[in-house]
Design a protein around this ligand. Structure first.
Ligand code: ARG
Length: 275
């Protein structure tokens, strides 16, 4: 995670951002600290990447790149406003001992925000990769070969869900939250072939950003939780914790966007689940 010292809405690169509706810095800090405390209490360990002046979206570390084991593939951001984050992200991963492997020049790819793994016991992990608004499908082959993981490409259909992690949230090997508005029919068919028990979110539910949740074991840390969604998650054995990240929603990001999972190994057939 990256603290919100330099967070703000000073440009508009997604439909949620309006420069005239800026975040309150103290409230943003309190919400961020509460998210860190909630994740820690749920069993996560949190590492901090220092923030940098002039990079107001650096707080959304989900977009820094894709992690697998000791390997890090840095993002290639679509918008110049975020491209300055990449050298800082890369330096952090290098200094923490990661093997940094660059995508070939050409396409854009915005990290784990557009690449979410599904881990099913006894089966090779699959990386579901979204494309269109921020990431290009042309990068998916390189991600697959750099990280040694099969990828499945899904086109994003609605610019309000401009990253995959706004409309798709894997919960475990069988289950995921899926906003049908975020995908076309082919994308939904791909997801349904990978997720035997999807929790299909209607558009109103999905617009609450409930799919932008962090799964820590059995705990689902959510920016909002519509009642029906909470009932289903609890009937499946998850506990739901809602953390108000309203100041970050003004930039189009929620709980999941504010984190990048490091405990992911895509090369392994494993029995445990990573988030
Ligand atoms: N303002 C940021 C942007 O538009 C928000 C990023 C949200 N991140 C995410 N993983 N969905 O790039």
């Amino acid at each position: 995670m990256c603290p919100p010292d330099n967070f703000g809405v000073v440009y508009e690169i997604n439909p949620w951002m309006h420069t005239e509706v800026g975040p309150d810095p103290d409230l943003a800090r309190a919400q961020f600290d509460n998210l860190v405390a909630t994740l820690t209490a749920s069993g996560a360990e949190v590492e901090m990447l220092p923030s940098e002046t002039g990079l107001p979206d650096m707080v959304f570390t989900a977009n820094a790149g894709v992690v697998s084991g000791g390997t890090f593939v840095p993002a290639r951001f679509r918008h110049p406003q975020r491209q300055g984050e990449t050298p800082l992200d890369t330096a952090w991963f290098r200094s923490n001992g990661y093997d940094v492997r660059e995508l070939p020049a050409g396409g854009c790819q915005e990290g784990a925000g557009d690449a979410l793994p599904i881990f099913s016991p006894g089966i090779r992990p699959v990386l579901v990769c979204g494309y269109r608004f921020r990431s290009d499908i042309s990068t998916h082959g390189a991600i697959s070969s750099l990280l040694g993981v099969p990828t499945r490409s899904v086109e994003l259909a609605d610019d309000r869900f401009y990253h995959l992690d706004l409309c798709f949230c894997p919960l475990n090997g069988r289950r995921a939250m899926v906003a049908s508005a975020g995908f076309d029919r082919y994308g939904m068919a791909v997801i349904e072939s990978l997720v035997p028990e999807p929790l299909i979110l209607d558009t109103e539910e999905a617009l609450s950003f409930c799919a932008n949740s962090v799964v820590v074991g059995d705990v689902v840390v959510m920016p909002a939780c519509p009642p029906r969604v909470g009932r289903i998650l609890e009937s499946w054995g998850f506990s739901v914790v809602v953390v108000d990240v309203g100041e970050f929603l003004k930039a189009g990001g929620g709980c999941r966007c504010l984190t990048l999972a490091l405990d992911v190994d895509l090369s392994d057939t494993c029995d445990s689940q990573a988030t």
